[in-house]
Design a binder for this molecule. Structure first.
Ligand code: CDP
Length: 213
């Protein structure tokens, strides 16, 4: 069983994907971490974030064991991720890893921007998780404050808007809801309510798929 969960920054997709994976005992891949790690490694090696060829090489050498690096959760890493993610050559390298991850015997839950559209177009269930930019900025702000990061909420909102714009308008695998994905708007939902809604939508998608098959 493959579950694709896409959506913009701080929409709740990461937290939901983790809980959904636990619920179904499936492995989970936060694909944003791959792009964040490529950004981190590129900056560490002095590779320019617009040098597609050099970035693809950085992506090829990515050590997945380093994906739990707390540094990857910083706003700087998110910004670098969004810049390296524009390059088709980088995406092509990471696509192979993501498809391989999803092809395991039991399946997987993957969250990102293009899982339902590009990485796993045949996923059994596809959710597009969203919320208003203001609510997403508030969540990210509280998350950062919790980690002791001193940042203004307006700055977080500006970052979210800039990344939304870049992610949605890029030529390579833009952030867009797959035609067969179901929308989950978490603006007015608590994490628990969003989790229950996600499960309901997944169960409905599975039974539709069952009927079709
Ligand atoms: O949750 P947040 O958007 O802050 O971070 P993320 O999901 O880790 O994604 C960071 C950046 O990586 C995004 O802004 C996208 O540009 C890029 N990304 C992507 O292009 N495709 C994916 N499947 C996942 C992330």
């Amino acid at each position: 069983m493959i579950i694709a969960m896409d959506g913009p920054a701080a929409s709740g997709k990461g937290t939901l994907a983790k809980r959904v994976a636990l619920h179904y005992s499936l492995p989970h891949l936060d694909t944003g971490l791959l792009y964040r790690a490529v950004g981190r490694d590129a900056l560490a090696r002095g590779v320019a974030l617009d040098d597609a060829e050099a970035l693809a090489q950085v992506a090829s050498g990515l050590q997945v064991a380093t994906l739990d690096d707390p540094e990857l959760r910083t706003a700087g890493a998110g910004e670098a991720a969004s810049q390296v993610a524009r390059h088709p050559a980088v995406r092509a390298v990471l696509l192979t890893y993501q498809r391989h991850f999803a092809s395991g015997e039991v399946g997987a839950v993957l969250d990102g921007r293009d899982i339902g559209t590009v990485i796993c177009p045949d996923a059994d269930a596809k959710l597009f998780v969203t919320a208003t930019p203001e609510v997403r900025a508030k969540r990210r702000f509280l998350e950062l404050a919790d980690r002791g990061v001193d940042v203004a909420e307006e700055a977080v909102l500006a970052d979210i808007r800039a990344r939304d714009e870049r992610d949605s308008t890029r030529g390579a695998s833009p952030l867009v809801q797959a035609p067969d994905a179901v929308l989950l708007d978490t603006t007015n939902l608590s994490i628990d309510a969003a989790f229950r809604a996600a499960l309901d939508l997944i169960e409905a998608a599975m039974s539709r798929a069952g009927r079709a098959g």
